[in-house]
Structure formats: structure tokens, C-alpha cells
Design a protein around this ligand. Structure first.
Ligand code: CO8
Length: 260
């Protein structure tokens, strides 16, 4: 697929997807969603891609939400289809068997915050701004925000953001656990890519099993979730990387992982 609304590059096992509609602050329209879906599928299928990084073009926005100029004329059935598509893409990305990191470089509002919530890790520039302002235009979040936000920052804080539509800066987002790390604007992408390369060098199957256990165990009863974890961990013993990791530890040397 040819991309016109995103940039997509791969280097050192790290794919970088840049939302690229800076004039509209990278707002998500249907075309951008279709390209995001395609890129997520490519990342999932391509064995040379081991980590995905998402960021926004320009110096103002990650994603300023779903495209309001497209949504304004929706009838309920179109709105539902737009939400279902967004939810499917984000769930596919969230459960992808490889780490996904958001490098939030500016406004991440509405759908922009929701995209970041579906990433495994959120890094932010000092200029980042988060929020779920849907209520200010007569909506509620529709791409998983009412569900993922409480799971990540707690129900009380999520309700505060969703019911007020207030925006928060990177520092506040860090304080409430919404972002993992903050960097000066010019360091965000280099630091994120350095961290992504580190993850790309980890045993890939173990990373896959970790995400699987977290995502598919989260809503199970504890006994069942721990059983799932044990089975995922046991599967790791089928890999060369587990053999190499333990051998290297006992031989007091750095492991050389092959991803097998
Ligand atoms: N959609 C479409 N265009 C946008 C969006 C957007 N979400 N955000 C910004 N733009 C456009 C502006 O219209 C403007 O375009 P133009 O230059 O042609 O007038 C350009 O980007 C620059 O924006 P501003 O002039 O507004 O820049 P400011 O610096 O004054 O303000 C803000 C920046 C604060 C980010 C402001 O643009 C803003 O508030 N944007 C909207 C944020 C928002 O409400 N996002 C949530 C949208 S709803 C949503 O995401 C729900 C998703 C899931 C539900 C799906 C339901 C079907």
C-alpha cells in the first residue's frame, strides 16, 4: 500500500510510523486509519521488524484526535463503523507480539491519547499535551479511552479527565502514570529510538509471551491468569534464546540472542 498520510521507515529492526498531516495537527481521518491498519499488519507479519515506534510529524502534534471535519456529518451508523475500525486497529496494535512505543511529541488529544494508550510504553516530550476533550464537542471517547485510561491511571483520575475535557501537560501526565518518561523535545525521538533498539535486541519470543500474558491474563480471575502466565513462561523454554540466556549467565558473558 502507498502511504500518503503516514511516513513509515524501518532501521535496525525498529519501524517508525509518523502520522503526517501536520496542517491538521495529524488528526485521524479514514485514509490515515486505513494506512495505520496496513502498517500495523506489516509490522506484525514482517520478522525483521521487532519494535514499532509511533510519533507525529511537525513540532506541534502527535495526533490532535479524530478528524472533526470528517466526523461532523456522521450519522450514527457511520460513527459506529468509524469507532469499530479504530478499536479494531488499536486492539490489533496493542496485542501485536512486539513492543509498541508512543513518542508523544505534542498534542495527543482524544483519539491521539487513545492511540498512545494502546501502545505498550509512552514517552513524551516536555511539550506534550494529553486529554480526552470529546465531551467539549458533545461526545465521549470512542477508541477505547473509557476503558484503557482507567486501567492505566485509575478510575478517579480517568473520570476527572473524561468528564472535564481538561488538558494536562507532560509533567502531570508523568505524575499520574500516563507517561513512562519525559524528554526535552529535541531528545524525544533519539532517546525513544535508542530504547526501541534495546528492546529489539531482547529475546523476541519472551517479549511476545510477556505481552500475551499481560493482555490476555488481565481480565481473568487470578488463578486462571497465573496459569496462563505459567504456560507462557513454559513456552519460552522451547527457544534458543532461553538456552543462550541461561548459558551466558552461567558462563559470565553477554548473551547473543538470535530471536529463535
Ligand atoms: N480534527 C480536524 N482538524 C483539526 C483537529 C481535529 N481533531 N485538530 C486540529 N485540527 C486542525 C484545525 O482545524 C486547524 O485547521 P485550519 O488551519 O485549516 O483551520 C489546524 O488543525 C490547526 O489547529 P488550530 O488552529 O485549532 O490550532 P491551535 O493551536 O489554536 O489549537 C488544539 C490546537 C488545541 C489542538 C486545537 O486544534 C484543538 O482543540 N483540536 C481539537 C482537539 C479535539 O477535540 N480532539 C478530539 C477529537 S474527538 C476524538 O478524537 C474522538 C475519537 C474517537 C471517537 C470516534 C467517533 C466517531
Amino acid at each position: 500500500m502507498n502511504y500518503t498520510n503516514i511516513l513509515f521507515t524501518v532501521e535496525d529492526g525498529v519501524a517508525t510510523l509518523t502520522f503526517n498531516r501536520p496542517k491538521a495537527l495529524n488528526a485521524m481521518n479514514s485514509e490515515t486509519m486505513a494506512e495505520l491498519l496496513d502498517a500495523v499488519n506489516v509490522c506484525k507479519a514482517n520478522e525483521t521488524i521487532r519494535v514499532l515506534v509511533l510519533t507525529g510529524a511537525g513540532d506541534r502534534a502527535f495526533v490532535a484526535g479524530a478528524d472533526i471535519s470528517q466526523m461532523r456529518e456522521f450519522r450514527p451508523q457511520q460513527a459506529l463503523a468509524f469507532m469499530e475500525l479504530g478499536q479494531e486497529i488499536l486492539r490489533r496494535m496493542e496485542t501485536m507480539p512486539k513492543p509498541v512505543i508512543a513518542a508523544v511529541n505534542g498534542f495527543a488529544l482524544g483519539g491521539g491519547t487513545e492511540i498512545s494508550l494502546a501502545c505498550d510504553i509512552r514517552f513524551a516530550s516536555e511539550k506534550a499535551v494529553f486529554g480526552q476533550p470529546e465531551i467539549l464537542i458533545g461526545l465521549i471517547p470512542g477508541w477505547g479511552g473509557t476503558q484503557r485510561l482507567p486501567r492505566i491511571i485509575g478510575m478517579g483520575r480517568a473520570k476527572e479527565l473524561i468528564l472535564s475535557g481538561d488538558r494536562i501537560d507532560a509533567q502531570r501526565a508523568y505524575e499520574i502514570g500516563l507517561v513512562n518518561r519525559i524528554f526535552p523535545a529535541d531528545r524525544l525521538l533519539p532517546e525513544t529510538l535508542q530504547f526501541a533498539r534495546k528492546l529489539a535486541g531482547m529475546p523476541g519470543f519472551a517479549a511476545q509471551m510477556a505481552k500475551h500474558s499481560i493482555h490476555f491474563g488481565y481480565d481473568l480471575a487470578l488463578d486462571n491468569a497465573c496459569r496462563l502466565e505459567a504456560e507462557c513462561c513454559a513456552q519460552c523454554f522451547s527457544t534458543d534464546d532461553q538456552k543462550e540466556g541461561m548459558k551466558a549467565f552461567l558462563e559470565k558473558r553477554k548473551p547473543v540472542f538470535t530471536g529463535r
